[in-house]
Design a protein around this ligand. Structure first.
Ligand SMILES: [Zn+2]
Length: 158
């Protein structure tokens, strides 16, 4: 479908690789394709309250599809969140983590692997934590399982 990483996404994949090199011994980026599509067409049946904005398909070769419409309007911070989340699936083999924790009196997801994208202020407030959590909770042995993952775009209320 795609070949390699779309040039608009390269900077975020490079950043992910930089962190992976810090957190994971012996890391090297596997072959991966990252490109754009219209994911709303693929998300029917998942409900109407949210749109799928990213997808990892891990069959013969890990492939990330990002929703073009979301990408165009997303800030650089939201783009980082989305790419890191999808590479969490496609490279790190992580599943969704829906747990929340109570921080300073309000509820916040424990992980960037939450199926809903974090609000930009929430993410920026704890960015170092989320990045450390993403890699520290990774088991590379499980990173080759075939699976299809969605990231949903509805931003939670704040
Ligand atoms: Zn996901």
């Amino acid at each position: 479908m795609y070949s390699g990483v779309d040039k608009e996404v390269r900077v975020y994949v490079d950043r992910f690789n930089s962190y992976a090199n810090i957190f994971l011994d012996g890391y090297s980026q596997p072959g991966i394709d990252v490109g754009f599509g219209t994911l709303s067409l693929m998300s029917e049946g998942y409900g109407k309250n949210y749109d799928t904005i990213g997808l990892c398909i891990n069959h013969f070769r890990p492939t990330v599809i990002l929703d073009k419409k979301f990408w165009r309007t997303a800030s650089p911070v939201q783009r980082e969140e989305l790419v890191f989340h999808e590479l969490g699936h496609c490279i790190l083999g992580r599943d969704h983590e829906e747990a929340t924790q109570n921080l300073l009196g309000y509820t916040q997801p424990v992980s960037l692997m939450n199926p809903y994208i974090l609000s930009e202020p929430d993410y920026l407030h704890m960015r170092d934590y989320y990045i450390a959590e993403l890699f520290n909770s990774t088991d590379l042995e499980s990173s080759t399982v075939s699976k299809m993952r969605h990231r949903k775009g509805k931003i939670h209320a704040h």
